[in-house]
Design a protein around this ligand. Structure first.
Ligand SMILES: Cc1ncc(COP(=O)(O)O)c(C=O)c1O
Length: 490
């Protein structure tokens, strides 16, 4: 049926005159998007790290009536770029030290652009053989760089939260299978109770993963020291108090302090009890790539599962995480689905969807492959070492100032700081005021958190472009905010 050119079809919003062929359409469109991307990156160093436009104004830039008649895609992409720009955080730049956020390195972004353009569904080998093989190869490189057992299976997921979910689903399957319970078939309702142990300073997403898995948050919380490291003796005592299936969740890189749990002692105890040991190493696991950090990360390789992020220290674009499981049968059992219409892989093929919760999924392996190949083992190691050195540099500068206290031992890339010399309440108030001033100045971005009753400024030095000059600018911005607060007080 011939369409009236006055009435655009919803499936073909581009007027025929605007785009002579499909090929020139996508070429112009992709090129324009890349131009906007490059403009954004070119201006990143000069942008304030924290967007300052009000939520209402930001919404207004994107808002409008529900589109009825389609528009020219080039115009839409231009409009998107202009409307989103004032609300974009500077997290890919060198003035951003909030949360724990990597920099979306250009090579990962470039690979990600290709991934989107290729339009692959990485659910199965058959839906994208190249995506499947990219994951297979990147997984091997990853295990090698992190010095984890070669036999592990790796699920490419959205981040550490889902990675922990996947690993703990495998753990649940394995520890219940050992007592004759098939959790995949029977569920949890009448299952033997699984005891879950975790450190008191566990990341909140572990609790979320436990909730998603039907365990709830009723885990045994093991005391931690002032750095947030689990007390291995207390864990041993807690494990001795009962029996049956058990999972111990440890941490490599505490969110605030960067601390590691004492893995050799934990592993020794857990082996006596036949317990599954999981390591949440969202960012800290990458310290395994640095030979001088071998002491800090010793014993991690003896765990049963590990979760880590690609979008933190590996600098992959959001979103990217890895669920790594030694018992690949349990991993596969916990995650895989079968149906007559889904192809069965033969021995030479590889089905990445068997190790993740989703069926249809983004082909995250391409960006991981490109990033690992671009950095190499040496580049990853250098980057982690460099960020840790910068964190120590900032900590040293800050500690030299009267009234400024770095509260953690800076082994990794995280620094927590409190301000003032008085009583706790007074210090907490001064710290909040200093953070507020730092954020108002908007030279560098960092936020606050509660650490064992102390309100602290949290700094995460993890963004790939950071230099010593950036670290010094951060220290100077913090000290300037602190001096301002002191002047206001006097
Ligand atoms: C130790 C730890 N675990 C888990 C997470 C959650 O990671 P994601 O937000 O990538 O899911 C984080 C985030 O900072 C973390 O620091």
């Amino acid at each position: 049926m011939k369409r009236n050119p006055q009435e655009p079809s919803k499936f073909d919003p581009v007027a025929e005159d605007d785009v002579s062929t499909a090929s020139s359409g996508h070429r112009r469109l992709f090129t324009r998007a890349v131009e906007h991307a490059c403009d954004f990156r070119d201006r990143l160093a000069d942008r304030p790290p924290r967007p300052v436009m009000s939520p209402g104004d930001l919404q207004a830039l994107l808002d409008g009536p529900t589109p009825e008649v389609g528009e020219d895609p080039l115009t839409v992409i231009d409009a998107l770029s202009a409307a989103a720009d004032p609300g974009l955080a500077g997290s890919a730049g060198s003035r951003f030290f909030g949360w724990v956020i990597g920099a979306s390195d250009p090579v990962g972004v470039a690979a990600d652009i290709l991934t989107s353009a290729w339009g692959q569904n990485a659910g199965a080998y058959a839906t994208s053989p190249a995506a499947a093989m990219a994951e297979k190869v990147a997984a091997r490189w990853l295990l090698d760089m992190l010095r984890l057992p070669r036999e592990c299976s790796v699920g490419f997921v959205t981040g550490a939260t889902m990675a922990s979910f996947v690993c703990l689903a495998a753990a649940r399957s394995a520890v219940l299978a050992r007592v004759g319970w098939d959790v995949e078939a029977e569920g949890l309702a009448d299952a033997p109770r699984v005891r879950v142990f975790l450190g008191a300073d566990v990341h909140v997403t572990i609790l979320a993963a436990l909730r998603y898995l039907g365990f709830g948050e009723r885990a045994v919380r093991i005391p931690t020291d002032s750095e947030g490291s689990m007390d291995a003796t207390a864990l041993a005592a807690a494990l001795n108090e009962g029996q049956g299936p058990a999972i111990v969740i440890t941490q490599a890189g505490q969110l605030n302090t960067g601390a590691f749990d004492p893995m050799p002692a934990i592993i020794r105890t857990c082996r006596q009890h036949g317990t599954w040991v999981h390591v949440d190493g969202a960012f800290g696991l990458w310290a395994r790539a640095v030979p001088e950090m071998a002491n800090l990360t010793a014993g991690i390789e003896d765990a049963d599962s590990w979760s880590t992020d690609g979008h933190k220290w590996l600098q992959l674009p959001y979103d990217s995480g890895f669920a790594i499981v030694r018992d690949s049968q349990a991993h596969r059992r916990a995650m895989s689905v079968t149906a007559s219409y889904l192809p069965v892989v033969d021995a030479a093929e590889y089905d990445p969807g068997k190790f993740v919760p989703e069926l249809s999924r983004r082909a995250r392996g391409f960006a991981a492959w490109a990033q690992l190949r671009t950095l190499g083992r040496h580049g990853v190691s250098e980057m982690v070492r460099h960020h840790c050195a910068l964190a120590r540099r900032v900590a040293t500068r800050l500690s030299a100032e009267r009234g400024v206290r770095v509260l953690n031992s800076v082994h990794l890339n995280q620094v927590i700081v409190s301000f003032g010399d008085g009583a706790l309440d007074e210090r907490n108030a001064l710290t909040r005021a200093t953070i507020a001033r730092l954020q108002a100045d908007n030279i560098c971005l960092a936020g606050g958190a509660d650490w064992h009753g102390h309100w602290v400024l949290r700094l995460s030095l993890i963004s790939s472009p950071l230099t010593e000059t950036d670290a010094d600018r951060l220290a100077a911005a913090i000290l300037s905010a602190w001096r301002y607060v002191q002047r206001e007080q006097s």
